[in-house]
Design a protein around this ligand. Structure first.
Ligand SMILES: *Cc1c(COP(=O)(O)O)cnc(C)c1O
Length: 388
């Protein structure tokens, strides 16, 4: 049986008629840049996330870059980011000649460790970027308390977490100063190419980001501030508008799949004791934990990724390739181990949890249309590997 890591075709076939019509509408209008669909998408995202403002952006990376430009990040300023995330989270900081300061992560959620965040604050700290990794919220209450005490801006990297709710029901990306989202095709809400959006409840930041999206221009050809070309294509907005009403049902299916995995892992005797963070001798699998499951809010986790940790990760990954099961490692190299950040001289032993995660985690297929038979096959294959 073949099980791809992600298959976008069923989603397209479900919505083919509507999407094709939306695309044709844009093509007929020949209004490709910032057409009416962009403004409509911004309104619909605000409604969905219950926030005041949204600005459609060219990608999730550009959303993060624009957010940092909008808070006036200066060369030499420090921005605290978890060392374990997709590269963009730290790359945007360095691109502005500011200093990325890395923290370790929480061993259960894989998100920024608030205590480590607090310990890394200096007079130069301008912002923190909590990442809601894999579709689960970072511990925002603690982050907000620490950030407010130290006058630090919060830029949320919600690229993997559109629709995720924190334990108080708030949508991630609307809790800090600016939220940054990606609509890369493999995210839970994906376009037909690169796309993203920023959200905020601050009118001032909204106006600034809207201006900076088009080179800081207002009115035309008069530039008060320096921005860039961060525009969202009409075609992306049109596709995303068709998909958005289905997002919650897709996230629900992902949660169901996660529960099915847990059930099968437990039945196979493979699941490590809940909350366990080290491997015992019996070839167990550390399962992901939805820490806000009891909050009562449906989107406590949207499982952009379903991540297990196993002792012999690389061996299992090779085995899964032979079984034609798509798996991936997010992420094999934390920032403090990246060649491009060697100049920062961070110490490897300061990041034990991230190092452990990078060496032992493996993403299994979790997309909404996955069948129970496929999930069973994945778990059985892992059982086969564990028996050796
Ligand atoms: C995908 C992703 C980004 C970047 O988004 P793009 O749209 O690919 O530029 C940033 N941060 C995280 C955590 C991501 O997963």
């Amino acid at each position: 049986m073949k099980v791809p890591l992600l298959d976008l075709k069923p989603q397209y076939h479900l919505l083919k008629k509507e999407i094709d019509e939306a695309l044709q509408r844009v093509v007929d209008s020949q209004y490709f840049i910032m057409g009416p669909d962009v403004a409509e998408l911004e309104k619909e995202i605000c409604n969905y996330l219950n926030c005041k403002y949204a600005v459609g952006i060219s990608s999730g990376t550009d959303a993060l870059l624009l957010a940092l430009m909008a808070i006036d990040l200066q060369p030499g300023d420090e921005v605290i980011v978890p060392t374990y995330s997709f590269f963009a989270t730290a790359g945007v900081v360095a691109r502005l000649n500011a200093v990325p300061v890395f923290t370790d992560i929480d061993p259960v959620t894989f998100n920024i460790d608030p205590k480590d965040f607090e310990s890394k604050i200096t007079p130069k700290t301008k912002a923190v970027i909590p990442v809601h990794l894999y579709g689960q919220s970072a511990e925002m209450d603690e982050i907000i308390t620490i950030a407010m005490k130290n006058n630090i801006k919060i830029i949320e990297d919600a690229a993997q977490a559109i629709g995720t709710q924190y334990k108080d029901g708030k949508y991630v990306g609307t809790i800090g100063d600016i939220g940054c989202f990606s609509f890369f095709p493999s995210k839970n809400l994906g376009g037909f190419g690169d796309a993203g959006i920023v959200t905020t409840n601050s009118e001032e930041l909204y106006q600034k980001m809207k201006m900076m999206r088009v080179h800081g221009m207002e009115p035309k050809y008069y530039h008060k501030i320096i921005g860039g070309n961060f525009r969202l294509d009409s075609i992306q907005a049109a596709v995303l508008r068709v998909k958005l009403p289905h997002l919650d049902s897709w996230s629900a299916k992902r949660r169901e799949n996660a529960d099915t995995y847990s059930k099968y892992f437990v039945e196979a005797g493979l699941a490590a004791e809940e909350g366990k963070l080290v491997f015992d001798s019996e070839n167990k699998v550390l399962l992901p934990k939805a820490v806000y499951k009891n909050s009562g809010f449906k989107n406590h986790h949207i499982y952009n990724q379903y991540i297990i940790r196993v002792e012999k990760r690389n061996g299992l990954w090779d085995f899964m390739k032979k079984k034609e099961i798509g798996c991936e490692v997010y992420y094999p190299v934390p920032f403090h181990r990246q060649e491009c950040f060697a100049y920062l001289n961070y110490k490897d032993e300061d990041y034990p949890i991230s190092n452990f995660a990078s060496e032992h985690s493996l993403a299994l297929p979790i997309y909404p249309e996955l069948t129970n038979e496929q999930i069973k096959y994945v778990v059985n294959s892992i059982a086969e590997f564990m028996k050796g």
